[in-house]
Design a protein around this ligand. Structure first.
Ligand code: GLC
Length: 501
């Protein structure tokens, strides 16, 4: 199958969070399964071309809404990565960050249209156009309307986070060459919020017009039908329920492999986990006797429970453990709260708070921790708990979304014994989180054998892309078979062959 992913991120060259990791992990696996996979992302200013082998111009100059663009290409892990460089006066992607600009709507709607203009010029049949999140959701209505001539058999949308939807004005669609007013209808892109009756919702467009909608875990797929998780799109999602199916993400088990990880001071396997972790802990300037070591590797946004993380830092110190936090906040007030915590514990060997994201340090932290805390308010999938388990770090998570599908409490009698691999808590409260933390400390200190069993179960689980990629492939096959997309006639194919001969 020929699969084209459209995304705003691709790890490691353009990554803000889990999305980028998922695009490369899934693509690589789909290639191994024999598919032809392409990925199109913007060519951001900060992308280090030296990190891309054989980067070359693919199409030097093509127009989108009268503006010039260049498409670049490079081979990455067997897939064809395309980078769109815009020559728009607003310099949409000559920025130092992926997101966070006032013109994000204009940037990503432009990217969506320009990517389709490129595919139109390429004029190759596509089995699946796979969209990710709101940034490229507009491609779904575009393909079904303005780009009907594209030979796309099916359009699939993955929802990595429903919180971000790309709400904008009718005028924003006009700017991209669509008739905005046409789309301001309840059954099209009109936002569901009755207080904003003139608002367009790009993610809604993706949901309505795609052939399949894939939230990134089965539990999240169910939760988003409830008011507290649907972020205002409940009715749209209910209508799309027949074509919605949750598929759990995988992790890249070659990048995340404690037995080969070059970022670790000491690599280890299940047989040597205790010693290996001890050696990794020794590389930190922290108190080696204050155990267990608890940590969190996360962006500090409300979704991730920053208040609960602060509480966990306090509680861990009180209980005589050590806390390591890696991650910062794009929200000034939250970052300030954490700066205060840092001030309070300055020089304390039971705390390490690092607010500069550092990939190598992340690996080392997973390789040193006993417990990883993920106290999310909601979590579409979550990758850190999967990485933690692969590194023999026992997760403590709030039972929601993908966390609920992957972590099972060691004291839960309703779960088969062999599945129990961590600690969970139900309520998004300090009390509930602290009680899970206390249970974890207790087991760690009083019953090392049972604690080691949890480590073993995590390390022996398969969190690779093998199963998820097969599930995606199934959806691709189902949706593209039903397609009524224009296919090239025999005459067109012969003409094209003659052209290229
Ligand atoms: C988003 C979600 C996270 C998910 C990731 C990749 O960052 O918040 O739960 O794991 O996307 O799908």
């Amino acid at each position: 199958m020929r699969i084209v992913h459209l995304s705003s991120e691709f790890a490691p060259i353009a990554k803000a969070g889990g999305l980028g990791e998922v695009i490369i992990g899934l693509s690589r696996k789909l290639v191994r399964l024999g598919n032809f996979v392409e990925v199109i992302i913007p060519k951001y200013n900060f992308i280090d071309s030296n990190k891309l082998n054989n980067l070359e111009v693919d199409l030097p100059d093509f127009k989108c809404l009268g503006h010039s663009n260049t498409m670049w290409k490079a081979g990455v892990e067997g897939c064809a990565l395309h980078l769109l460089e815009d020559h728009h006066p607003a310099k949409y992607f000559q920025r130092d960050e992926i997101y966070g600009f006032d013109d994000d709507i204009a940037r990503f709607t432009y990217f969506s249209r320009a990517a389709l203009e490129y595919l139109r010029l390429k004029n190759e049949p596509i089995d699946v156009l796979h969209l990710h999140d709101w940034h490229v959701s507009l491609c779904a209505p575009l393909v079904k309307d303005l780009f009907k001539d594209l030979m796309v058999k099916s359009v699939v949308l993955s929802i990595h986070n429903l919180e971000y939807q790309g709400k904008c004005a009718v005028h924003d669609l006009d700017l991209i060459g669509m008739n905005g007013a046409e789309y301001l209808r309840a059954e099209r892109l009109m936002d569901e919020n009755p207080n904003f009756p003139h608002s367009i919702n790009l993610l809604k467009g993706g949901i309505v017009y795609s052939d399949a909608v894939i939230p990134v875990s089965p539990s999240y797929a169910k939760e988003i039908l409830l008011p507290e998780f649907s972020f205002g799109l409940q009715s749209t999602l209910k209508k799309a329920a027949h074509k919605t199916r949750g598929i759990l993400n995988g992790i890249d088990t070659t990048i995340w492999d404690p037995s080969k990880d070059k970022s670790l001071v000491s690599t280890y396997s299940l047989e040597t986990v205790t010693k290996g972790k001890q050696k990794n802990r020794e590389s930190f300037d922290l108190d080696l006797h204050k155990r267990p070591w608890v940590g969190a590797v996360t962006r500090l946004v409300p979704q991730k429970g920053p208040d609960l993380i602060i509480e966990a830092i306090e509680k861990t110190i009180e209980l005589g453990g050590t806390f390591l936090l890696l991650g910062s906040s794009p929200i000034a007030e939250i970052q300030e709260q954490f700066n205060q915590v840092q001030k309070k514990y300055q020089g304390n060997p039971q705390v390490l708070l690092n607010y500069n994201y550092d990939d190598q340090l992340a690996h080392l932290i997973y390789g040193a921790l006993d417990l990883l805390l993920v106290p999310s308010r909601f979590e579409p999938c979550g990758l850190t708990q999967l990485i933690a388990m692969r590194y023999g770090t026992v997760p403590i998570v709030r039972s929601t979304g993908g966390l609920k599908d992957t972590v099972f409490d060691c004291d839960d009698p309703s779960v088969a014994v062999e599945k129990r691999n961590g600690f969970t808590f139900a309520d998004f409260t300090k009390k509930s989180m602290c009680s899970a933390l206390e249970r974890a400390f207790h087991l760690f200190r009083t019953d090392p054998t049972s604690f080691h069993t949890l480590i073993r179960r995590g390390m022996q689980s398969d969190f690779s892309w093998k199963k998820p990629a097969l599930e995606y492939q199934k959806i691709y096959a189902q949706t593209s078979m039903k397609s009524k997309a224009p296919q090239k006639t025999l005459k067109e194919r012969i003409d094209r062959l003659a052209d290229t001969a």
